[in-house]
Design a binder for this molecule. Structure first.
Ligand code: G3P
Ligand code: MG
Length: 351
């Protein structure tokens, strides 16, 4: 093979091609697994005319679970063995923040909160709290819910949050209670010294990191549903209303598709896969020849992101994009449109 020093290629790997699959709206729609997804993944695992194996990763704005759990779930649903090292969740690249915030106190928001807190701890964040922990500490902080039960907390009760300033807010996944998470996050972001319960100041006192800007996504419901980006819109609107427009707009660092950080992270995983496939591959030579194809359903995330990263974007009609006016944003003539993921992979294998 051209990128190794005459090493055998027993599994017939084709390393100058790689594929990044979006999940929601491409391989699955909520609880429904798409048959064409099963066939598409099998084709990349050698079940194609050339008998070649093509490396692939799952590049999703989903999250709220570990990469291992997502890999196990999609493996089971697609009938193909997928390793955690092939999975990039919206928050996967946030691992890099753990160096800076290892011993710092962070508020982790979204999903089943104590689960996201555990994921953050597995990334190296050692001092993690969640909005449920805060409401359990002061139930009147958000009086529209019964105080969270001890088992849903990310840490034992007892911390006095008026004495434990926060150093950053990390939104790991979709908020399951916009009201509570708008109240708590705006409290933390504008509390003097970032200790809740103290006086408010008219400025953002600590950084905010968001893992996914999807305004909408596709599940088994016939129409797209709100994604984490819907929470962002509400958070920015509430920030403006609460500070009466006198404070600068919320400053936040964004992860997830279409942002470049996600694609750089995916490329590193693909490099590692290539080295595992062919241990003496010349990675630089292979990278120079590799064409990465990204298959997705959301023009604003999957297509814009792939085009921005210099990858070949492939848009399918099984999710957010259904060709209806208004869902056609951010595509460009370089984008290949396919009915579904199996057609997309068939085209890639012959491209
Ligand atoms: O919460 C997941 C949603 O925002 C989109 O997921 O797999 O289509 O990137 P995906
Ligand atoms: Mg999608």
């Amino acid at each position: 093979s051209p990128y190794t020093k005459c090493s055998p290629n027993p599994n017939n790997w084709q390393l100058e091609t790689a594929v990044a699959f979006d999940i929601d709206g491409v391989l699955i729609k909520g609880k429904r697994s798409l048959e064409e997804g099963r066939r598409a993944l099998s084709m990349l695992n050698g079940n194609n005319l050339h008998g070649t194996r093509i490396p692939f990763v799952l590049l999703t704005n989903g999250g709220g679970v570990t990469e291992a759990d997502k890999a196990a779930d999609i493996s089971q649903r697609m009938g193909v063995e997928i390793s955690p090292d092939q999975v990039i969740l919206a928050h996967s690249p946030m691992r890099a923040l753990a160096q800076e915030y290892a011993q710092k106190h962070v508020l982790v928001v979204g999903g089943v909160q104590h689960r996201c807190a555990d994921i953050a701890r597995s990334y190296g964040f050692e001092d993690v709290s969640t909005p449920d922990d805060l409401v359990a500490w002061r139930p009147s902080m958000w009086p529209f819910m019964s105080p969270p039960k001890e088992e849903s907390l990310s840490r034992p009760l007892g911390r006095d949050y008026s004495k434990h300033p926060f150093d950053a807010v990390l939104v790991f996944h979709d908020s399951f209670d916009f009201g509570r998470d708008l109240q708590v996050v705006t409290d933390v972001l504008r509390s003097q010294n970032a200790t809740v319960g103290g006086p408010f100041v008219n400025r953002q006192v600590i950084p905010l990191y968001m893992s996914n800007s999807d305004l909408i996504f596709s599940n088994e419901y016939p129409l797209p549903r709100f994604g984490q980006g819907a929470y962002h819109v509400c958070l920015r609107a509430m920030w403006h209303a609460l500070t009466k427009g006198e404070a600068p707009p919320l400053d936040h660092t964004l992860f997830g598709k279409p942002y470049r950080v996600q694609y750089a992270y995916a490329e590193r995983l693909l490099d590692r896969m290539a080295l595992e496939a062919l241990p003496i591959v010349d990675v630089e030579l292979m990278r120079g020849r590799r064409r990465i194809y990204a298959i997705g359903d959301n023009p604003a995330a999957d297509i814009a992101g792939a085009n921005g990263a210099g990858w070949q974007s492939v848009l399918v009609r099984t999710g957010v994009f259904d060709g209806a006016p208004g869902t056609n944003d951010a595509t460009n003539p370089a984008t290949k449109v396919a009915e579904h993921v199996e057609e997309a992979v068939a085209w890639i294998i012959e491209a």
